[in-house]
Write a protein that binds this ligand. Sequence first.
Ligand code: ACO
Length: 371
Amino acid sequence: MTMAVEAAAPDDRPYSPGLEGVLAGETSLGYVDGANGRLLYRGYPIGELVVKGNYPAVANLLWTDTWEPGYHLPTAPVPAQVIGVLRSLPKTAKPMDALRTAVSAWGAVSNLPWPPTDEQARAITSFSPSALAAFARLRAGLEPIDPDPSLNLVEGFLYQLKGEKPDPGTARALDAYFIVGAEHGFNASTFTARVVTSTRSDIASAVSAAIGTMKGPLHGGAPSEVVDQLAQIQDAEHAEQWVLDTLARGDRLMGFGHRVYRAYDPRAAALRKVAEDMPTRPDWLQKAIDVEDVVLRVLAEKHPDRALKTNVEYYAAPVLMGVGLTPDLFAATFSLARHAGWTAHVLEQAADNRLIRPDVRYIGHSERHLP
Ligand code: ACO
């Protein structure tokens, strides 16, 4: 006897491609107020945190909801097995691949029982800068440098990268970049970290998956392209023609526009001030400031109905160049900064966990049978 195959009932539940506008969780960590250009961590405005805080205190705020301005968080040593893994990578490996691999290897040699703890969050956040610095030195034919426990995390990272302690102005500038990069709601990498945690997997698995997500150029790649674009502009007088030509080709102006912000990105405002105060700012900073005015004017003329403003990546570029990082380290350095937010979200997810497992609408063949 044959059974008639029933056609599937149409699935007309709401669907938003890219989950845009979908509430997929609740958080007490960061508030991204795109309409008003506001970013709060645990209620504190990002501008105040940059002026009065440092990265360890901000990370501790995200993990524990307490404000301890003198909180000390040095970088941590890289276990010998992880150094062995980094030595085995080709010198041409991308820093994001090396960092993701180092975090994965660290997870394999660490004891990380469920549920994740503040201590685990601190451990991985202080391990990763040492691992990235070690890889950067190994690929240059240099030996890794042990952490100096008297230095706070960002100073320690620069010391282990370059072999000499940074001057306070340089350390302060990179610390400010780490603060503005620490947390930003349900961005793709943070959401990834929460999905991994929701399965009761460990914090190293969550962070290595988050690094893999941030590696994509739609997420972590813009500041190095800002450097490339500014290099193409001779000076501010030639900027307007360059902007018009770029738009006519259908290309995007890097460092402008944002999915959430309709007002000026508050992180860009904070980093512009940091860049202007840097002891070693790049000589093209003034050109960047002049070009920004031209770009904002042209974008406003082209898109009168859609506010396209400067985003964080525009002024991240001069800060990162000014502290002496090469553009191929920019995305991995952004990942180091985002460790505080990723791990805080891991803790928040674990504290009130429900497996994240959405539905999908099936659009394939109706049921059929092999001949
Ligand atoms: N340059 C030129 N035109 C732009 C730009 C830009 N930077 N951003 C948006 N537009 C235009 C688009 O071409 C589009 O025009 P159309 O309606 O005529 O087709 C319109 O503005 C809307 O663009 P969307 O892509 O829908 O805007 P969305 O807000 O989704 O995009 C994004 C956000 C991806 C950041 C975009 O602005 C962009 O590509 N910017 C450049 C890359 C960049 O700076 N990325 C870093 C973002 S910050 C971060 O990730 C930490």
